[in-house]
Design a protein around this ligand. Structure first.
Ligand SMILES: [Zn+2]
Length: 385
């Protein structure tokens, strides 16, 4: 294996508790892993030397919540919403019709396009959900296609009850034949636990059935109002409760006292012009682990920009830039129960981003400005290719 030495790193924010932030840093890569991290003047010899021109290096972003397997476009619905129509859980049905009608290669091309966008935005690991098929064949096609792009595949048959379908029969289908078809291609099971989607008992039925098949649980919880989602996620030992926009004191305490990560998705609040963002400050002060993710989906947040999510988290959710970057890296890794990513330290995956700025603070300080100069994954530079 050829060791590569990256030098002239102005600031290296490792997200590792012991290594912390290092100025005038160097990084040695060996194959797909980090071999050494420290001050440039103490760096060991290597086969190849690359200078990064005094820029900032942070771990690659880990996007633990994305819906990329779909067909169609909902720009007109977005425009209508911006004219004043409220966001409700029902718009999903437009995408379901287009997704069912789309052959595999159309679905594959969509995931390919959006995963390339994520990579260019500095995301080196992403999760990808099904949930726009809502029938056995299309859900199975969706998780199979997702699995061609990421190991973090989530079965979300319980996204919404399809039109003209009996609720109880649909829940039984998701927890039965649909799960049987999708579990072999999935790592996770997720439920949209919300008024207009699935209630607490229905969500519990689906999540328990998924767990019995060996899948880890994640929950869309408390996005549009208070509800049972967060408590259910903690009760079932879910890796993550996602959205967490409307939390009671009890919900915050439950998250703080558990290993369930609170995954916040500010691009959804931004894109739906929601009245309030999640209160990240309250969660962090209580001791909860917080992740930031894109929620990239055609209805409520059609963006792959983790840098914009970071800027919103700082501007609207009272996170510090350091907390927001941490949530977008190691927070996302925790939400996927991964300890090989999200942190730069010896032995971890060599997944990182070179920012064209003297500090990661610029991700929030310079919103909308393309600061991602390079993206490295598994020890190789992939952006620019
Ligand atoms: Zn979602």
């Amino acid at each position: 294996m050829t060791a590569t030495l990256l030098v002239d790193i102005g600031l290296l924010a490792t997200q590792d508790a012991e290594l912390g932030e290092i100025r005038d840093a160097a990084l040695v890569l060996d194959g797909d892993r980090v071999a050494w991290i420290g001050r440039a003047r103490e760096a060991p010899a290597a086969d190849e030397l690359i200078g990064v021109g005094g820029k900032t290096v942070i771990p690659g972003f880990v996007d633990s919540h994305a819906h990329l397997v779909f067909a169609g476009d909902r720009a007109e619905e977005f425009e209508a919403r911006m004219r004043g129509l409220p966001y409700a859980a029902g718009g999903i049905r437009v995408t379901v019709a287009a997704t069912r009608a789309a052959p595999d290669f159309i679905l594959r091309r969509n995931v390919e396009r959006l995963s390339a966008e994520l990579l260019a935005a500095g995301v080196t690991t992403f999760e990808c959900k099904s949930g726009y098929g809502l029938d056995v064949p299309t859900e199975q096609r969706s998780v199979r296609v997702a699995g061609e792009f990421t190991p973090e595949v989530t079965f979300l048959g319980a996204h919404v009850v399809p039109p003209d379908t009996d609720r109880d029969e649909y829940v039984a289908l998701v927890a039965g034949a649909m799960l049987d078809a999708c579990a072999p291609h999935s790592r996770w099971v997720d439920v949209f636990c919300e008024r207009g989607a699935f209630d607490g008992d229905e969500a519990r039925t689906v999540l328990r059935a998924g767990q019995a098949k060996g899948l880890g649980a994640r929950v869309h919880a408390n996005q549009l109002g208070e509800g049972p989602g967060v408590q259910l996620a903690v009760e079932l030992g879910a890796a993550s409760a996602d959205h967490c926009t409307h939390l009671t004191r009890r919900d915050v305490d439950a998250l703080a006292g558990s290993s369930t990560v609170a995954t916040l998705l500010p691009l959804a609040e931004f894109s739906t012009r929601a009245p309030a963002y999640p209160d990240a400050r309250r969660l962090l002060d209580a001791g909860a682990t917080v992740a930031l993710a894109t929620d990239c989906n055609p209805g409520s947040a059609y963006s792959t920009s983790m840098p914009l999510a970071i800027a919103l988290a700082v501007r609207e959710m009272r996170m510090t830039p350091a907390e927001a970057v941490r949530a977008a890296t190691v927070g996302g890794a925790r939400a996927l129960r991964r300890d090989d990513i999200g942190v730069l330290a010896p032995g971890k995956r060599a997944d990182f981003v070179v920012l064209d700025s003297p500090s990661y603070i610029h991700l929030a300080y310079r919103p909308g400005v393309p600061l991602i100069a390079e993206v490295w994954r598994d020890g190789s530079r992939v952006v620019p290719a």
